[in-house]
Design a protein around this ligand. Sequence first.
Ligand SMILES: [Zn+2]
Length: 72
Amino acid sequence: MKEYIIYKCKICGCEFILPKQYVKANEDKGNYISCPYRGHKNITVVGAYDSIKECMDHRTYVREGRRIRQIK
Ligand SMILES: [Zn+2]
C-alpha cells in the first residue's frame, strides 16, 4: 500500500508530494488536486511511495502536505 503520491505539474514542471489520505479526502469532497505553486490543474502522477523517507531517497525536492494545504 503506497501512502504518498508524487505529482508533477505539466505546465511549470514542479513536482510535489501529497499523502494519499489527503488526496482521497479531497476527491471525496469533489476537489481536484492542483499545482501548489500556481494552481495549475494540468498535473500528472509520477510516482507513489510507502513513506516520506522513501520519497526523499528518490527525489531531491519534496514538500510536505502542510504548506500545500493552503492552496484550498
Ligand atoms: Zn504548475
